[in-house]
Ligand binder design. Structure first.
Ligand code: SF4
Length: 238
């Protein structure tokens, strides 16, 4: 089994449950979360619902990387809709919101809504997401969204575990390098792509070259670096 060399905390789901539906945005963020959950003997399924990711080629690449690792781990992978029309309709009027703003709240709500519905219909008492693993995300914003959505369904709890703590953030990078995951350089939506490129241009850097960077593959910029925009290194998770 991969990742067995890590010294991990023993995780426990809320209310003593033993089964969780994990919303995943990408392979780098979910890799650590998947291994942490499995190391604690918890039964889990991956739910991939990310209609925010743009364009389609980027979406397919991120999804296929996640499927590749799920198959390696022998974990069920639910491939949900890519209903981008729905996402863009909800994003209307929020196009110029900054990251961590109202558009992101909408984006989290939408993805967790569908995750909770699937959990409700398929007998998962707990849902969670690897979105909070990224240091570029607001953990409180993500947890508030998860809890708000879960509250619509009696018997479903959003698990607010902080995946970054106790070495989780470092393990994420180590696993991504070990597995040579695709390294996305922007959060996911067309607006984050626009804004990250703008930041790069303003700072004399090249525009994002989608589909070209992979963790652990030498390209002159080490994974886990410190790009101010949050998308030059580390998973700019969707
Ligand atoms: S920046 Fe990321 S979280 Fe925010 S709306 Fe775009 S894809 Fe969603």
């Amino acid at each position: 089994m991969s990742g067995s060399s890590f010294n991990r905390p023993k995780l426990e789901l809320p209310h003593g449950h033993q089964k969780v539906l994990l919303h995943s945005c990408c392979a780098p963020c979910s890799g650590e979360v998947m291994e942490a959950i499995r190391a604690s003997g918890i039964d889990y399924t991956i739910y991939f619902y990310n209609p925010n990711i743009h364009p389609r080629e980027e979406y397919e690449l991120r999804k296929q990387e996640n499927i590749r690792f799920a198959e390696k781990e022998g974990v069920p992978f639910v491939d949900a809709d890519y209903d981008t029309d729905n996402w863009f309709a909800r994003a209307k009027g929020l196009e110029w919101e900054p990251e961590r703003g109202a558009r992101c709240t909408m984006c989290f709500d939408m993805r967790f809504d569908r995750t909770a519905l699937y959990a409700h219909e398929n007998g998962f008492p707990v849902i969670t997401s690897c979105l909070g693993l990224s240091r570029w995300k607001d953990m409180d914003q993500i947890n508030a969204s998860g809890e708000r959505v879960a509250a619509k369904y009696p018997g479903i709890t959003y698990w607010t575990y902080n995946w970054r703590k106790l070495g989780g953030a470092n393990r994420m990078v180590e696993i991504a390098k070990r597995e040579q995951f695709y390294q996305q350089e922007y959060c996911g939506c067309v607006y984050s792509l626009r804004d990250t490129n703008k930041w790069r241009m303003d700072h004399g850097r090249e525009r994002i070259a989608r589909g070209e960077k992979f963790y652990g593959v030498a390209d002159g910029e080490p994974a886990g670096g410190s790009g101010k925009d949050g998308h030059s290194a580390g998973p700019a998770d969707a």
